[in-house]
Write a protein that binds this ligand. Structure first.
Ligand code: UDP
Ligand code: MG
Length: 318
């Protein structure tokens, strides 16, 4: 394929945007400042905005920018598909030799790109990823559940899912192609990126507040996302429900023998129905829990077999 420039290599920066009208111009300027440095002198940088069904002026701002600057590309979805879909679409349409994922709100400092790029070319890494140093500035209850989530998922899954990891990272083409070979519909990129392996270097930095607009994550949104993550990267909940079933059957069987023997020896005075009722409810509850867990996996399987597209593009300048 012919390139529109004479530089040898290309860096594509993928920016998912959902209602980010105030941030994207600032972001573009910051990125271009970094890419004008000596480190990037042999690299052509283009930015691929993925407009994820924004309801504000994000799309018109991107359109204007794409006419002003020839290194601005965009894809615009037919509706909001979620950040995972935006990332996937960006990766599918990226052509660069190096590919970065960056949020639109400047919480991912573009200045780090320099260090990331140098680590890839000089130290032989395939990917330089970022994570936050601490959870400072986050509501305590959120940090509490976040820490529990990371402990849980890492104890249940062989894929390492790094606590506090951000999606901000720079990758080689080879690693991106590996990620794209995972075609699942239920995408949990924190897991997928770990699953493909490769040499990953982690940079840590203090959390930065977003420059404008507000976060798209609510507490329940994050909660549902963490369940998705566990379902996508572990089948341990299924094993737990089978083990519980086996243990319960075993102890119930011992109980039956005990009661039969006791009745044969001491007769059968009618007593203990309240305990019986609670036991019945308890077992009923456990059965529903087990069924619910199976149901969750089944529903994911159902969505996978439908084979629906992960995103639908309405317009683009690619
Ligand atoms: N985003 C998106 N689709 C969505 C929600 C978010 O493309 O449905 C984008 C958003 O525009 C931003 C990035 O994903 O560039 C991260 O979102 P946000 O800042 O709300 O998440 P946080 O940084 O609070 O985790
Ligand atoms: Mg953000």
């Amino acid at each position: 394929m012919l390139k529109m420039h004479d530089k040898q290599k290309t860096l594509t920066i993928i920016v998912p945007c959902y209602n980010e009208e105030e941030s994207i111009r600032l972001l573009y300027d910051e990125i271009m400042k970094v890419c004008a440095t000596d480190t990037f002198k042999d690299i052509y940088t283009n930015i691929l905005f993925v407009n994820d069904g924004s309801t504000d002026n994000t799309l018109s701002t991107i359109l204007k920018m794409s006419l002003e600057y020839k290194n601005v590309n965009y894809i615009s979805f037919s509706r909001n598909f979620g950040k995972e879909s935006s990332i996937y679409a960006g990766l599918v349409h990226s052509k660069g030799d190096y590919i970065a994922l960056m949020d639109a709100d400047l919480q991912d400092p573009p200045g780090l790109l320099e260090q990331m790029y140098l680590s890839i070319i000089n130290e032989g890494y395939d990917c330089v990823a970022t994570k936050r140093i601490s959870r400072k500035g986050e509501p305590l209850i959120r940090s509490f559940f976040a820490n529990i989530f990371y402990k849980l998922i890492n104890s249940m899954s062989k894929t390492e899912i790094v606590n506090g990891a951000r999606d901000y990272r720079l990758m080689t083409r080879q690693m991106v192609d590996a990620i794209l070979s995972l075609k699942e519909y239920n995408r949990f990129s924190k897991g997928l990126l770990g699953w493909v392996g490769f040499n990953v270097k982690w940079l840590a930095y203090e959390n930065i507040e977003r420059i404008a607009g507000k976060t798209k994550w609510s507490f329940w949104g994050l909660f549902a996302y963490s369940i998705e993550g566990i379902l996508a990267f572990s089948v341990v909940p299924l094993a737990i429900s089978s083990i519980l079933g086996i243990l319960l059957s075993f102890f119930s069987f011992l109980g039956i023998i005990f009661i039969v023997v006791r009745t044969l020896i001491f007769g059968d005075p009618v007593s203990g129905w309240p305990s019986l009722a609670t036991i019945v409810c308890f077992i009923g509850g456990l059965q529903l829990l087990g069924l619910g867990i199976i149901g969750q996996y089944l529903s994911k399987t159902y969505l996978e077999t439908k084979n629906r597209p992960i995103y639908i593009i309405k317009e683009s300048n690619l």
